[in-house]
Design a protein around this ligand. Structure first.
Ligand code: ZN
Length: 652
């Protein structure tokens, strides 16, 4: 008998864990189940890479905390112990000691004394000691890092005017390298690269200094930095290759393995092209150094991996958009110089995630568009996915949360959100991923990194605005994607409510917005509020502030105008304009409003961040040892999964 699926799992600090179901897995033939299985193994084996990228002491701290957790024999109702458990669960969730969204270091709720007492009970093998290091020395260092708020306070700092490398504690640059030095190093490399087809310089290495004081890249590859992890990933990729969906997918895997072996960026581009051109497989994956949000300079890519299974039904919806990509590009409010002359298809797919790994675990995106290389996107297109089973889990968690009751201005608007909210959310994600990121072009000679620290925010704003502008277009009704000409209003309301009010609940009082997607939402919303007061206002009722939208058609014009400007900034590489927009609208919070929103939210007793527990796949063998099936199970607890991963997939 099957149990009803239990989406909501444990909740602690500001986190809620969810479980996601993988529909269709049990119906796959054994070959495809094995493909999912081995690709999943490859996706889990990069976990330690990410931990080390996030912070140089991340793995040491994880190992130490896990040893305390498994050896502790004191009372479980002890407040210190309970605070310790919450701390460890947060560290697991963030893949390190800094918050996954705000990047600020966690404040431990337990005392240094408790830590010292427990850690001293462990033998030296339980810690990850460096060569010639004593246990005392290691413990003192870790305690200082965990408890002294001055040490490694922030993982990624993007404060304008500060040295972003000195003030960020991510592990992409060796200590002592200044931002100016790193920028000069990469400017020099760039000057020698092909300007029309530039490689993703810096994406797969740690920048270090040799004994003569010169900078060099320590490459992440077989035989190089993270070589042990990479070799094990390659081993699983090669097993997966035996069960590939088609010849092209085999070639993709071969090229990826050869990139992992050489670390050569040209090979990476060749791999990305093969991968983007392979669109027939039902099971697909990404595995590698991908997103650059964790590097304050936006060059170094954090490791992530995931595996997905196509959702045929929902994919028809997304294809309706991508099949019309050219129409959308031609009709956008953007200056024609910045439009793509010819639309390379974005292959849009709706998928179910089968496993999440590295920087996608436990906190995951719900839409992904790759590759990131601008010239490959322009010449070969990109693959865009919307992850339906994760969105579904979020929707279940959101139902009955009380958010709409508290923050939406009136019943009519609430009814509209209840009626169209889910459809339009999915559609906005599709538009953002399938069309938004893939639209537009840089003017000849414009450097893709010209916007530097503001690049990620501007790029997200561009994709969001494209979605906002088009979700109101009659074309979508014509394509049968929305039921009528009113549905889009639900997206306009929920988007601006989030950007102006509710996303603030995720930010501690006294702090400002750091994360690129949040900065983008604030930028769009506040720019609109300031420049289109006839369309959007913040109103006060009984001491509480609400979003009021009085002219939806005018609002669409506002989104179109901002889209045109943001595309211009991107196409021309106008750094000053990007900086002005982001600094003025995307970062600072109104302290009074922030406090009010947080208080109202607190009363609902909800967790602002969510993440996922993975299903577990296991090989099933018969008496002769032959593999007869791959089972999937959903009952592993969060801490058990984390401990198992630390054991089974520990590679560094
Ligand atoms: Zn995006």
């Amino acid at each position: 008998m099957s149990q009803p699926f239990n989406t909501l799992q444990e909740r602690f600090a500001d986190l809620q864990l969810l479980r996601y179901e993988v529909p269709g897995f049990n119906l796959l033939p054994l070959r495809q189940k094995l493909l999912v299985y081995y690709l999943s193994e490859a996706a889990l084996l990069g976990r330690d890479i990410l931990w080390d990228q996030n912070c140089s002491v991340g793995l040491r701290i994880r190992k130490t905390l896990e040893a305390i957790y498994t050896h502790y024999d004191g009372p479980k109702d002890n407040a210190e112990w309970q605070a310790f458990v919450v701390y460890l669960k947060r560290v697991w969730f963030s893949n390190g000691i800094h918050h996954h969204y705000s990047y600020l270091k966690f404040e431990p709720g337990f005392s240094r004394e408790f830590f010292m007492t427990e850690v001293n009970k462990l033998d030296a093998d339980s810690l990850l000691l460096r060569k010639n290091e004593t246990k005392e020395g290691a413990v003192a260092e870790l305690a200082e890092i965990i408890f002294n708020p001055e040490v490694m306070p922030k993982r990624v700092n993007q404060t304008d005017g500060e040295d972003l490398l000195f003030t960020s504690s991510c592990n992409y640059y060796a200590g002592g390298i200044t931002q100016a030095e790193a920028e000069a190093f990469y400017a020099h490399l760039k000057s020698k690269a092909d300007p029309n087809r530039p490689p993703m310089l810096g994406m797969n290495s740690r920048l270090e200094r040799n004994k003569d004081g010169e900078l060099f890249e320590n490459i992440w590859r077989s035989g190089g930095l993270y070589g042990q992890s990479i070799n094990r990933i390659c081993e699983m990729l090669c097993k997966a290759r035996e069960y590939a969906d088609n010849i092209q997918q085999k070639a993709v895997i071969n090229k990826l393995v050869s990139f992992y072996q050489s670390g050569d960026l040209k090979t990476f581009d060749d791999y990305a092209i093969l991968w983007v051109e392979e669109t027939e497989s039902e099971i697909d994956f990404t595995n590698g150094f991908t997103e650059v949000y964790g590097d304050p300079l936006g060059l170094k890519a954090s490791w992530e991996g995931y595996v997905n299974i196509i959702d045929h039904e929902a994919t028809r919806r997304a294809r309706a958009l991508s099949d019309n990509a050219e129409w959308f590009e031609n009709n956008s409010p953007v200056d024609s110089r910045f439009k793509k002359k010819e639309c390379r298809g974005v292959s849009a797919k709706v998928i179910s995630a089968a496993i999440l790994g590295g920087d996608l675990y436990p906190s995951s995106a719900i839409g992904i568009n790759l590759p990131n290389s601008n010239w490959i996107r322009a010449e070969y297109g990109s693959k865009s996915v919307t992850i339906a089973n994760l969105t579904h889990a979020y929707n279940i968690a959101a139902k009955g949360s009380g958010m709409r009751q508290e923050f939406v201005i009136d019943d009519i608007t609430r009814q509209m959100l209840d009626q169209y909210g889910d459809i339009c959310d999915d559609l906005h994600t599709d538009l953002h991923e399938c069309l938004g990121h893939g639209s537009g072009q840089l003017l000849p000679g414009v450097d893709a990194d010209a916007l530097r620290a503001y690049g990620s925010t501007i790029e997200e704003a561009r994709a969001d605005l494209f979605g906002l502008y088009y979700i109101a277009d009659p074309k979508l009704v014509e394509l049968g994607l929305v039921p009528n000409n009113e549905a889009y209003k639900s997206q306009y309301y929920s988007y601006l409510m989030n950007g102006l009010l509710t996303q603030m609940v995720r930010i501690e009082e006294g702090c400002q917005i750091e994360e690129a997607h949040m900065r983008n939402r604030a930028l769009i919303s506040r720019w609109t509020l300031e420049n289109y007061p006839d369309a959007v206002q913040i109103v006060e009722k009984d001491g509480k502030h609400y979003l009021s939208i009085t002219d939806y058609e005018l609002l669409r014009k506002a989104f179109g105008a901002l889209l045109a400007e943001v595309q211009r900034i991107k196409s021309e590489g106008d750094y000053e304009a990007a900086r002005h927009l982001v600094e003025k609208y995307g970062i600072k919070l109104d302290a009074k409003l922030h406090k009010e929103i947080r208080e109202r939210y607190k009363q609902l007793d909800l967790a602002p961040y969510k993440g996922f527990i993975n299903p577990r796949y296991e090989l099933v063998r018969n008496a002769e040892g032959t593999i007869t099936d791959v089972s999937i199970s959903y009952n592993e607890a969060y801490d058990k999964q984390m401990l198992r991963y630390s054991q089974q997939y520990s590679t560094l």
